[in-house]
Design a protein around this ligand. Structure first.
Ligand code: NAD
Length: 489
């Protein structure tokens, strides 16, 4: 989690202007609250300041969003047109997004381009889904004394939806919340991560330029205090949250009887069975562990390898991980950039040191410079080490041997989390056994825990949360069913 000392404005050079990063009632305005320093995640220097929302601005924002919802969203066809146009604008403006994510998220080009490509897809999928929101015919005349009666359901929007997003997917996770919210006919208020406010603003600008009606999309900047103020307003009907399990718990408590969608933390795992095709598996595993410097909720933290293949996996992975270029995200060759802050890097380094101090073997990496952690591969980890029992959210993967598939499944189910898992095998019994017994939101056979496609239902189990993203499923979460019946007299 971000401490306010890390991001807030203490030390702002006199005369430095803040950027108007809030969208309220169709206007970009300055925040009246304490300004936020946005740091370049590689140099660690602030490169811009952005105002945050104070209490009055939060109240006014909810008021205008609520009024916009009451005025009514455009019809489904028009909502689809706006979302398709926004997708085209994001495509045209791709380089602006890449540059914003390089600076404020520390993403190398490939990671940033991946976000842009997926955001375009998410907007297009949301446009398609806007046009096919439908209820059901209820065959009520099948009940006694209901002859001639007709009933059907409508799926209706809820009203003001608050979207709270993390730093690690500063574009596509934002799109996964505000695009389905609008597709369903809601008014969305976005509160992006204080680490990555500008990428979110660029997406909001694309939607506004695409014809988003005034008030149906708002942006407020700030941290937990802005979220708490939003939640105090009863006109907020739905909260779509992605972030840490700890913050999710706090938000859920404040939500009371209101519906929420919680996409939370994880210790993501992938299994390599005895029959796995390693030529297929290993490049995918490296990508899934070190993409975005391991800061993906489905990044492989624990790789469970059948003992018969462990020597080969260790050897081949150690070579591949040592070969990953890391460091400055502006360097076109860089594959692994910095993590989100020096404080996070210091924590990750301490966890690696603890593991090595307790007997883990370092096969690659382990060193830190500023916010950059060299891609790290560990073997001989035990269950008590932090690297194997708490979410690391950095470029660190641990290898664990197993003898029976049941043991691997048991190890994964023993974590408090349950987001996604991968399994490499061509044996039907093992693949189906894992699919049935892993307590997670998604199981990917011959792929990793991190193999999401944006149209999939995506979400977790246990401490990884509940509710499903993916435009079709998110629209379902952000609407409710209303039954309408007709009696002919
Ligand atoms: P975070 O929880 O620190 O912040 C996420 C958002 O919540 C930010 O906008 C932040 O300002 C706000 N926030 C933080 N504390 C809050 C509080 N007490 N009350 C109200 N709002 C609060 O998370 P992060 O560090 O930005 O992101 C990393 C975490 O997100 C990891 O745990 C990762 O696993 C998780 N994540 C989960 C998914 C998923 O789909 N399950 C996807 C991406 C990230």
């Amino acid at each position: 989690m971000v401490s306010s000392a890390q991001v807030h404005g203490a030390g702002r050079p006199p005369g430095t202007a803040t950027q108007p990063g809030q969208l309220v009632d169709g206007e970009w305005i300055e925040g009246a609250g304490e300004p936020l320093a946005v740091r370049d995640k590689y140099s660690l220097e602030p490169f811009a300041w952005i105002g945050t929302a104070d209490a009055a601005q939060v109240r006014h924002c909810v008021e205008t969003a609520h009024a916009a919802f009451r005025r009514g969203a455009p019809g489904a066809f028009e909502r689809g047109v706006v979302l398709d146009r926004a997708a085209a604008l994001v495509e045209t403006r791709a380089e602006d997004f890449v540059e914003a994510m390089r600076r404020e998220a520390g993403f190398p080009r490939q990671d940033a381009l991946g976000e842009v490509r997926r955001c375009i897809q998410t907007l297009r999928l949301s446009a398609e889904e806007a046009r096919r929101i439908a209820g059901d015919i209820v065959p009520v005349d099948g009940a006694p004394q209901q002859a001639g009666r007709l009933a059907f359901t409508l799926r209706v929007p809820l009203g003001v939806v608050v979207a709270i997003t993390p730093f690690n997917s500063p574009l596509n996770t934002v799109a996964h919340k505000i695009a389905p919210a609008f597709a369903a006919g809601n008014a969305a208020i976005l509160k992006p991560s204080p680490h990555t406010p500008f990428t979110a603003c660029l997406l909001a600008r694309a939607l506004a330029d695409a014809g988003m009606p005034r008030g149906l999309l708002s942006v407020l900047q700030g941290g937990a205090e802005v979220v708490q103020r939003l939640l105090q307003d009863e006109r907020v009907r739905f909260i779509a949250f992605t972030g840490s399990t700890e913050a999710g718990r706090t938000i859920q408590q404040a939500a009371g009887l209101r519906r929420t969608q919680m996409e939370l933390g994880s210790i993501a795992c992938t299994i390599v069975c005895a029959d796995a095709n390693l030529d297929h598996a290993l490049p995918r595993i490296v990508g899934a562990a070190y993409r975005k410097a391991g800061q993906v909720c489905t990044s492989i933290q624990l790789l469970l390898v059948h003992r018969s293949r462990m020597a080969e996996v260790e050897d081949r992975l150690a070579g591949a991980v040592r070969g990953l270029a890391y460091g400055d995200p502006a360097d076109p060759g860089t594959v692994v950039g910095p993590v989100i802050s020096e404080a996070s890097a210091v924590r990750i380094e301490a966890w690696i040191d603890e593991a090595i101090g307790r007997g883990a073997r370092r096969l690659a990496g382990g060193r830190r410079s500023g916010a950059v952690i060299a891609p790290t591969l560990l073997a001989d980890v035990d269950d008590g080490m932090k690297v194997s029992c708490a979410e690391i959210f950095g470029p660190v993967m641990c290898l664990l041997p197993f003898d029976r598939l049941e043991d691997a499944i048991g190890r994964i189910n023993a974590t408090p989390y349950g987001l996604a898992a991968g399994i490499f095998t061509n044996r039907l019994d093992e693949a189906l056994g894992a699919a049935r017994r892993l307590e997670v939101g998604g199981v990917h056979v011959n792929d990793t825990s991190s193999s999401r496609v944006d149209m999939m239902p995506y979400g977790g189990s246990k401490d990884s949360g509940f509710g499903r993203e993916g435009p079709r499923y998110a629209i379902h979460e952000m609407t409710e069913e209303r039954v309408v019946s007709f009696t002919c007299v």
